[in-house]
Write a protein that binds this ligand. Structure first.
Ligand SMILES: Nc1ncnc2c1ncn2[C@@H]1O[C@H](COP(=O)(O)OP(=O)(O)OP(=O)(O)O)[C@@H](O)[C@H]1O
Ligand SMILES: [Mg+2]
Length: 340
C-alpha cells in the first residue's frame, strides 16, 4: 500500500504550518498497490491541493492545454553525469506538471542525495523505506511508493542515505544492472510515467536506470563546459543499448538555466539544437531564483510560483513531452502496465 507523505511527516524545511496539520493527510486509495486506475481529480479540501488548483488555473487558464496520457507507460531516465545541470529540478517539475494535467506519475529518486524526495516534500530520513530496499533487498515498490501531498496521482520512491552504499553492495548481486527494472516490472500500480532522477555519475545506479528505462531525458545547462562529458554519456547509452536494453533511446534534451543576458547561453542553445535537432524541446528553462527557492519549501516551482517563467517553461516542456508520447505506438512490452 502506498504511503501518504502526511502520514509520515514531510522533509520540506519551511513548510506552511497548515501543510503539516494532522488530518490534512489525503488517504491513499484502498486498492492494493494504491495507484488508482484512473487519474484522480484535484481535491480542494487540503491547503496544498488548493495551491495545486491555483497552479493549474494560472498556468492553463482556459484549460485549452492538454497533456494526453501516453498509450503505454513511459519510463524516462533523467540523466547527465555532470553535476548540477538540473536533473532533479527537471524531474520534479515535469512530474508535477504531468500529474496536474491528468497523468499518473511516479518519481524514482535514484540519487543518495535525496534531492527529488526533498523537492516533492517526501520523507527520506534514515530508516524510511526507500529505493535502496527495492534495489538491494528486493522490497516491492508497492510497499515503498509514497503519495505526494496535494498533487493528484503523483507518487515518489524516496532515496535515503543508505543508497550511497548500494553501488558497492550490488557488486555481488545477480543481475545487478537490472535490479530497478525488476522492481518496476513487478509494481502492481498502473502508471503513465515513471521518471527516474539519476545521480551525477555513470555508476551502477545510473546503469540500473538506463536498463529500466526506454527513454533518456538529458538536461543540458546552458553554460560553458555544458557539452563536456556528453559524449561519454552517449557512449554509455549506446553500450547499454547494445548489451542490456535494446529499447533504450535518447528521446529528449531539455536546455536548462538559460540566462538570456549571456551570449554563451545562446551559443550553447544553437550548438545543441544543431547537433541533436528535433529531440531538443522547444521550451527552454530560464535561470531563475524562484526555481532554486522552491525545493526549500518542499514544493515544485509549479505550485510555489505558477506565474513565474520557470513554471511556464516546465509546463510547456511537459506539454511537449506528453504530445510526443501520445504518438507512441501502443505496443506493450513484457509486464508493461499502464496506458489507457
Ligand atoms: N532554472 C534554474 N534556475 C536557477 N537555479 C536552478 C535552476 N534549475 C536548477 N537550479 C538550481 O541549481 C542547482 C542544481 O540543480 P539540480 O539539483 O536540479 O541539478 P542536478 O543535475 O540534479 O544536480 P546533481 O547532479 O547534484 O544531482 C540547485 O540548487 C537548483 O535549485
Ligand atoms: Mg540531482
Amino acid at each position: 500500500m502506498a504511503r501518504s507523505t502526511s502520514q509520515r511527516g514531510r522533509s520540506g524545511r519551511h513548510l506552511a504550518p497548515d501543510a503539516t496539520k494532522a488530518g490534512s493527510a489525503k488517504q491513499p486509495s484502498e486498492k492494493t498497490g494504491s495507484v488508482p486506475q484512473q487519474p484522480e481529480p484535484l481535491d480542494d479540501d487540503l491547503p496544498l491541493a488548493r495551491e495545486a488548483q491555483r497552479a493549474v488555473r494560472v498556468l492553463n487558464p482556459s484549460g485549452s492545454v492538454t497533456m494526453p496520457r501516453p498509450p503505454r507507460r513511459r519510463v524516462i531516465a533523467v540523466a547527465n553525469q555532470k553535476g548540477g545541470v538540473g536533473k532533479t529540478t527537471s524531474t520534479v517539475n515535469l512530474a508535477v506538471a504531468l500529474a496536474l494535467h491528468g497523468n499518473r506519475v511516479m518519481v524514482i529518486d535514484l540519487d543518495p542525495q535525496g534531492n527529488a524526495s526533498t523537492g516533492l516534500g517526501v520523507e527520506h530520513g534514515a530508516g524510511t523505506p526507500s529505493v535502496y530496499e527495492a534495489v538491494v533487498e528486493g522490497m516491492s515498490l508497492d510497499e515503498i511508493a509514497t503519495k505526494v501531498d496535494g498533487i493528484p496521482s503523483l507518487y515518489c520512491i524516496p532515496a535515503t542515505i543508505d543508497l550511497a552504499g548500494a553501488e558497492v553492495e550490488l557488486v555481488n548481486v545477480v543481475a545487478r544492472e537490472a535490479r530497478l527494472q525488476k522492481s518496476i516490472d513487478t509494481f502492481s500500480g498502473e502508471l503513465d510515467y515513471i521518471l527516474i532522477d539519476c545521480p551525477p555519475s555513470l555508476g551502477l545506479l545510473t546503469v540500473n536506470a538506463l536498463v529500466a528505462a526506454e527513454e533518456v531525458l538529458i538536461p543540458i545547462q546552458c553554460e560553458y563546459y555544458a557539452l563536456e562529458g556528453l559524449g561519454q554519456l552517449l557512449r554509455n547509452i549506446e553500450l547499454i543499448k547494445a548489451h542490456l536494453n535494446s529499447r533504450l533511446r535518447v528521446s529528449t534534451i531539455l536546455l536548462t538555466m538559460y540566462d538570456k543576458r549571456t551570449k554563451l547561453a545562446d551559443q550553447v542553445e544553437q550548438e545543441v539544437r544543431g547537433h541533436f535537432s528535433e529531440i531538443v524541446l522547444d521550451a527552454v528553462v530560464p535561470r531563475s531564483v524562484r526555481v532554486s527557492e522552491a525545493p526549500g519549501y518542499g514544493q515544485s516551482i509549479m505550485t510555489y510560483d505558477p506565474g513565474s517563467r520557470g513554471a511556464t517553461s516546465y509546463f510547456e516542456a511537459a506539454e511537449e513531452i506528453a504530445l510526443r508520447g501520445a504518438k507512441l505506438s501502443p505496443r506493450r512490452g513484457k509486464n508493461q502496465k499502464g496506458g489507457n
